[in-house]
Design a protein around this ligand. Sequence first.
Ligand code: GUN
Length: 355
Amino acid sequence: GCGKKEEAAAPAAAPAAAAPAADKLKIAFMYVSPIGDGGWTFQHDLGRKAIQEKFGDKVETSFVESVPESADAERVLRDMAAQGNRLIFATSFGYQEFVQKAAADLKDVKFEHATGYKLADNVATYDTKTFEGAYLAGIVAGGMSKTKTVGVVASVPIPEVVRNINSFVLGAQSVDPSIKAKVVWVNEWFSPPKEAEAATSLINGGVDVMYQNTNSPAVLKTAEERGARAFGKDGDMSAFAPKAHLGSAVIDWAPYYTKVVGDTLAGQWQSGSFWWGVKEGAIDLLKIADDVPQDIKDRVAKARAGLKDGSFAVWTGPIKDNAGKELLAAGQVADLKFLAGINFYVAGVEGKVPG
Ligand code: GUN
């Protein structure tokens, strides 16, 4: 990238100016898809705008979009640091090794890695409990599917995504235990043509309600064309498919970004892992469609309230995998370790987790 031009030296007699630009905290965001994806990256960029708005001229934010999860990512991170950024948000799982490498050299930069698990003195990780949004969407799916077969267009086979697929299915089965599910993997976060193709194959296979863990509204748009139903994910995708849209599981990154920037400005940035959910206002199912029956909306409201006050956890037994093995006994609530290591499909999901 190109650096900013140096300001000409001020004349000696000039009055003391306002704080020089160097006093601003420069903050950069690295995105895996375009900010126009309408989902994951769009929503991170809303978070960036929220901190720019909140902290005004104390901060200067910038972003680089469509950065692949490859050595390109490390180059972008080093370039961001060279341009004076001292707080860098890397917003996709596959950046993990590149964040670790860059951070090992760039000790005066704080790194925030979304969805990863590797920490360092200058690397924190953070995520949203997207599985709680998936569960709430699943309740709606369970109430709306006529074929009793729901589907998920899946992205990259990491535990987070497998957990989301299962959570969606658990939500659907909480309404109707006979619900079955199919999954198609596209092995990318953002590929609207592949996402659409996967959605088409699910519909052709008898699925009438879909969820996705990819970044674009392609699944929803395909549902709109084919007379199926689907959800927005990460962002509010209602505008992309007014007839098909059943609700959007929307992430709000602003509270976390505001906290991190506030801490950094106060000299109190700390490494750690943060995982905020419905309780912290980081995710919710919004804009539930008008034709969803009231009793289903009530079930969503009840689950949401339970997640808020801690009286309900999505991963509460009995839960069996799709080979019939009991993984959580009746009443047993999954701990963080269990949640982080989900690498199976729950009963009712067809097939096997790849890898
Ligand atoms: N989209 C791009 N990267 C990610 C990621 O790491 N997690 C999720 N949920 N969505 C993504």
